[in-house]
Design a protein around this ligand. Structure first.
Ligand code: 3PG
Length: 308
């Protein structure tokens, strides 16, 4: 009998685990659960018997793949798969998939939660400002970016986006003004919401020069990845420009340094963007279905790594 391991250091809502179990058991497989494991050693032990693995931001590197002798497939229940060593997975003949779009509304809603909090001065009792009428820049127009645009319309924001890989017509069709460069986006918008993945090209790409183009009172919102921020550059800029604010769902390595910027910085203690029952159910059950489809029909629709 195939063993499907759900290894989530940040657990899914119980209702999502119940849904995953239903899918797995209906296919005649067995579900194993490893939650809040903390140390990697526990993951290395649990993966030994697994034929398939469902993860979130859990790190799957060569060491984990070496330990997982029976493993055929890893599904990242979510969008970003920068936590999985794709080359090592290919070398181990393991298929890696993600579940695009399944948690994007949850992340987009949190971006607005952070935005409102920031423009209301973190609820400190002073008069803040409103999102209505402000220029919002969506940096990368993927699944989350599109949901951000949809919600921004309800707030009455003027919406701009830059995405090197998305055709302009897709954005314009949504009523979003497509710009030609990231520089133009930051120079135009009072609020910029980041939705770029962490890749070799984007790492440390958001820093002093780019954010420094923002108009007075600029607000940077990060529900993407901490790795895309050049922390030293952003901090230096924010020390020089006391009008800028930074709110993030991914705590910077230098949280202590950013915390000195009193009233202009906030980080959630743990990444919470996708942490809703709905997103957990959508992404978790999609992951389980993709595993069943892979084993029963060889379906590789959402594969993200190369084949051996
Ligand atoms: C994603 O890439 O899907 C989001 O960042 C959510 O990550 P999480 O599942 O670790 O909350």
């Amino acid at each position: 009998m195939k063993r499907i391991l759900v290894a989530t250091d940040k657990p899914f809502a119980k209702v999502a685990v119940d849904g995953i179990r239903k899918e797995v058991e209906a296919a005649g497989y067995e579900l194993a659960l490893l939650e809040k494991y903390g140390e990697k050693a526990k993951l290395l032990e649990a993966v030994k018997e697994a034929d398939a693995l469902i993860i979130r931001s859990d790190v799957v590197d060569a060491e984990v793949l070496d330990a997982a002798r029976q493993l055929k497939i890893v599904v990242r229940a979510g969008a970003g798969y920068d936590n999985v060593d794709l080359a090592a997975a290919t070398a181990h003949n393991v298929c890696v998939m993600n579940t695009p779009g399944q948690n994007s509304n949850a992340v987009a809603e949190l971006a607005f939660g952070l935005m409102v909090m920031a423009v209301r001065n973190f609820y400190n009792g002073t008069s803040g400002t409103e999102l209505k009428g402000k220029k919002l820049g969506i940096h990368a127009y993927g699944n989350v970016g599109r949901n951000v645009a949809r919600i921004a319309k309800g707030f009455g924001m003027e919406i701009y986006a830059y995405d090197a890989f998305c055709p302009k017509e897709v954005m314009e069709k949504d009523g979003v003004k497509a710009l030609d460069s990231a520089e133009e986006l930051y120079a135009t918008c009072q609020v910029v919401s980041l939705h770029i993945p962490a890749t070799a090209e984007t790492r440390n790409s958001i820093g002093y020069d780019l954010v420094g183009k923002m108009p007075k009172g600029g607000l940077l919102v990060n529900t993407a990845r901490k790795e895309v921020i050049d922390e030293a550059g952003l901090l230096k800029l924010m020390e020089e420009r006391t009008d800028l604010k930074y709110v993030t769902d991914i705590m910077p390595v230098n949280h202590a340094g950013f915390s000195q910027l009193e009233g202009r910085y906030f980080s959630t203690p743990k990444k919470m963007g996708a942490q809703t029952a709905e997103a957990n159910i959508n992404a978790g059950i999609a992951a389980a279905k993709q595993i069943v489809g892979y084993f029963t029909e060889g379906c590789e629709k959402f594969r993200v790594n190369a084949k051996l």
